[in-house]
Design a protein around this ligand. Structure first.
Ligand SMILES: [Zn+2]
Length: 70
């Protein structure tokens, strides 16, 4: 049994799978239910190819922009 992945807010403990930076996007693969995390940079880099394969694309990059302006 694969437990449903609960929607949750990303935290500073969530890290990009590609580079280890703080993650701001959580993608859930439609096929496996696996969860992928991306920083803003890598989310944009993979979005065109990856997003059609996901059942969920949780984008919190707006928070990144808020921080960047501070
Ligand atoms: Zn990254």
């Amino acid at each position: 049994m694969t437990a449903a992945v609960a929607n949750r807010t990303l935290t500073a403990l969530d890290r990009c799978d590609r580079c280890g930076a703080q993650a701001y996007v959580r993608a859930v693969l439609e096929s496996s239910g696996g969860e992928l995390l991306f920083c803003g940079h890598h989310a944009r880099a993979v979005e065109a190819n990856l997003r059609p394969l996901t059942s969920e694309w949780q984008d919190e990059t707006s928070r990144l922009h808020e921080k960047a302006e501070a």
